[in-house]
Design a protein around this ligand. Sequence first.
Ligand code: PEP
Ligand code: MN
Length: 292
Amino acid sequence: MSESAAVLETVEASPEKRRGLPIGPEKQPERLTAKGHTRHATVVRVGDVPIGGGVPVVIAGPCSVESREQLLTAAEGVKAAGATLLRGGAYKPRTSPYDFQGLGLEALLILREVSERTGLPVVSEVISTEDIEVVSDHVEMLQVGARNMQNFPLLRRLGKVRRPVLLKRSPAATVKEWLLAAEYILAGGNDQVVLCERGIRSYDPELRNTFDIAGMLLAKTMTHLPVIADPSHATGRRDLVPALSRAALAAGADGLIVEVHPHPDRALSDGAQSLDIDTFAAMMQELPGLEQ
Ligand code: PEP
Ligand code: MN
């Protein structure tokens, strides 16, 4: 049995656990995520890459893994430009059931191979509890997408997994709801959680979402967990990604997750917001505070 399977076996909820965690009147509900809970800001380690605690991290790669060649080209390009973590979706939460849903296990095998070749640890999304074991066996960090931020069974399970978690904010969540979603993971025993602001739902169809820079800053005042920004999903427009990335880091984000594709116009998902490798490399030169 794999390591992650062994971990999962221990989490079937007992009747006591089903009642929820007791909270005294003096305690705030988001007690484990609250800033005062730890003496220092939490540093989350993904492979050998720290997130939080000073130097911003850049996670980059395609929205979806489409082929070995596509991922390898993207990974080598983003690494040469200075990214230290690779992203790539294997299981995709698409709005339409007729859109590309991801290559699943085939994508995970490609991610593993490319990670070993480039030395970049990998972040990839889990969209259901059933995927946690297989995704954990192939990647270093598990992403919870915006659509699953309040998938409580998924969050509970992730509390029992020995993998760091990237928790995206739902487009309709308050900052408190976002922190309480993280609380589920911490309450299960996994304190390796990174929050990601990726834009909230607003009224202007010209933008895919509205990047909530104040919400991101508010989260940073409320929690000891690292908070990063996703300028790609926040805008839906690649022309806005470089300036928004600079703005997020200037405001104090602990890092960025950016969609990069060797041929954005041919991407099977999120091409309109994906940078090509040259544009990503040029953007990296302009970002404040990165370790050179
Ligand atoms: C993604 O990272 O490709 C993704 C689906 O993001 P979000 O959950 O923020 O929409
Ligand atoms: Mn995407």
